[in-house]
Design a protein around this ligand. Structure first.
Ligand code: NA7
Length: 545
């Protein structure tokens, strides 16, 4: 088959590839780079007009890393790492987007990326052992390998309330923020959502907004961010750690530089435990959550002690008892879903132009032409509504594509019943489809994304390399290998308190989504070892032909 040209758009109406990579974010860029180096004819496709993925779309005010900049990095190329210098420990989206562009240019990736392209469907043809992808513009892509690098948090929940389209002001989902500069200084702005995103938006826009109403449903724990700027000395210091970071990150619990170092928790004195908590609080990162004690995730007493420590810190800063009631969690444990980092967020509620509106017992009923109406009929007049309402995580990016595997089976239908994968890398019934940032792998929920995505894309490249080397055309995760992984995943997940809390981690933020912890919680290092063992042993449990 040859590539046909469509005269109208300039893009070929049919492309024949060895591998199609969906997404040009952190995973997609590296996957493209690797497969191209392996000699495959590969192309990446992205809905966006440029590279960046998450960092292309999430350009809302205050968007920034919650991972330290020097670990949110590609670690496969020392020069690529060392030739980029970050301006601070937790830089903002514009700088991160610039870095992603630097990577794309440096690796000369753009010539194999087709932007402004959305994959509508992907169908597997068993007789040919190939996938046929169709874009929303009608372009057809014929490929042996279909690799999704769509991001874990890329399917925004944007149609949230009846009446949204009637709103006379402007309404934005944070994950679809416009490129234009917006001035809210004389505007009445409403923010719905106080997850990691909502907190970043709220603390950033509060000083520059006419009046801000924050619609608060479930209270949220926080952890303070310490964000020093970096000059040449700091950059040189972290760059000198390149080898150490490269060797350490993939083997820790969460893909960060820190790991659990204390314990058992209950065998330490109360004074020592308090000292550790104070140290980790002061450290100003996700360390308090991801490296204080593994028992935080499993032991209700440890969870309560650490949760109470955080509540105490929050009470000290919030002061007002009404705000404390609205904003400090009491009925779930610290770290049983994502802990947002913040800088002065709680103090925002003391500003005269900021108001917290509880929608816990009086939910948002609809959006009206003039603002937001609550269930009891209260109207909140607004000029701007910001939906910081999150994402259909893990599965959403893939179920929004009509993916059909062997025998026409539909991934959307199957995952509508039960979300199952083999290590989040393959799905039984979908040969030659590889997934990254997908359910049941360690990912955004419990992993520094670059660590996990590098490991996952490297596994995929190695697997494809092995097939090609042996002249094989197809690989599929068997039912058994998938079932074993799901059981292992569930066994570990169900022993934790994470599965007892409602959040996107469990899929409970999307009506009807099957409940299962979306990220693997057995540890990044352990996961990596398991994946490597499978590859070393020739992929037992995977059917190859
Ligand atoms: P999250 O963490 O899913 O947060 C969504 C927020 O939106 C959360 O506070 C929700 O409250 C709130 N929400 C959703 N629907 C409603 C309604 N109907 N009424 C009121 N409030 C609502 O998304 P984020 O974008 O903040 O973060 C996602 C990840 O991106 C984050 O974890 C990082 O990994 C990066 P709820 O808790 O459901 O009561």
């Amino acid at each position: 088959m040859t590539d046909a040209q469509s005269g109208a758009t300039g893009a070929p109406s049919m492309i024949t590839l060895d591998a199609a990579v969906i997404g040009a974010g952190v995973a997609g860029l590296y996957q493209l780079h690797q497969l191209r180096k392996q000699g495959l004819k590969v192309k990446a496709f992205d809905t966006a007009t440029n590279v960046g993925g998450t960092w292309y779309w999430n350009r809302y005010p205050g968007a920034k890393f919650d991972s330290e900049s020097y670990i949110y990095q590609y670690l496969f190329d020392e020069a690529l790492y060392k030739d980029w210098s970050w301006s601070s420990r937790f830089p903002g989206q514009p700088e991160i987007e610039r870095w992603m562009n630097y990577v794309a240019d440096r690796l000369d990736l753009r010539r194999d990326i087709q932007f402004s392209t959305t994959i509508a469907s992907a169908k597997y043809d068993e007789s040919r052992g190939r996938w046929t992808l169709t874009t929303t513009a009608g372009q057809v892509i014929d490929t042996r390998y279909f690799i999704t690098c769509c991001g874990m948090l890329s399917a925004p929940l944007e149609n949230m309330f009846p009446g949204q389209s009637s709103f006379k002001g402007r309404l934005f989902h944070t994950g679809r923020w416009p490129r234009e500069t917006l001035d809210f200084s004389d505007k009445r702005v409403g923010v719905i959502g106080i997850g990691a995103t909502g907190i970043q938006v709220i603390q950033t826009i509060a000083p520059n907004v006419g009046h801000l109403k924050v619609f608060v449903r479930t209270p949220q724990y926080i952890s303070p961010m310490d964000n020093p700027t970096y000059g040449p000395a700091e950059a040189a210091a972290y760059k000198a750690r390149f080898e150490e970071l490269r060797d350490t990150l993939p083997n820790t619990f969460s893909g960060f530089e820190y790991d659990f170092e204390h314990g058992p928790w209950k065998e330490m004195t109360a004074a020592r435990r308090r000292e550790i908590l104070e140290d980790n609080w002061r450290f100003g990162s996700l360390k308090l959550w991801l490296a204080t004690s593994p028992e935080l995730f499993t032991d209700p007493e440890v969870s309560e002690e650490i949760s109470e420590f955080v509540r105490e810190k929050m009470r000290e800063r919030l002061k007002d008892p009404q705000l404390c009631d609205m904003l400090i969690p009491t009925d779930y444990g610290f770290g049983t879903h994502r802990v947002p980092l913040e800088s002065g967020y709680l103090e925002v509620y003391h500003r005269p132009n900021v108001e917290a509106v509880s929608v816990k017992d009086n939910p948002i009923e609809c959006v009206t032409p003039d603002g937001i109406r609550l269930a009891d009929g209260t109207e909140h007049a607004l000029d701007v509504i910001i939906l910081a309402t999150g994402f259909d995580a893990g599965s959403g990016a893939l179920t929004r594509i009509d993916i059909r595997g062997r025998g026409g089976r539909s991934l959307r239908e199957e995952w509508g019943r039960d979300i199952r994968t083999a290590m989040g890398l393959m799905v039984h019934g979908y040969p030659n489809m590889f997934t990254t940032g997908a359910p049941l792998a360690p990912s955004a929920a419990l992993c520094n994304m670059t660590t996990c995505l590098q490991q996952q894309t490297e596994w995929i490249s190695r697997c494809i390399g092995a097939l090609e080397a042996q002249g094989q055309k197809q690989i599929e995760a068997s039912q058994e290998v998938q079932d074993e992984w799901v059981s292992h995943h569930d066994e570990i997940a169900n022993a934790t308190l994470v599965t007892k809390t409602n959040s996107w981690y469990m899929g409970s933020n999307v009506d009807g989504k099957p409940r299962r912890l979306l990220s693997y919680i057995g540890g990044v290092g352990r996961y990596k070892q398991h994946c490597e063992d499978l590859a070393d042993q020739g992929y037992p449990g995977f059917v190859r032909q």
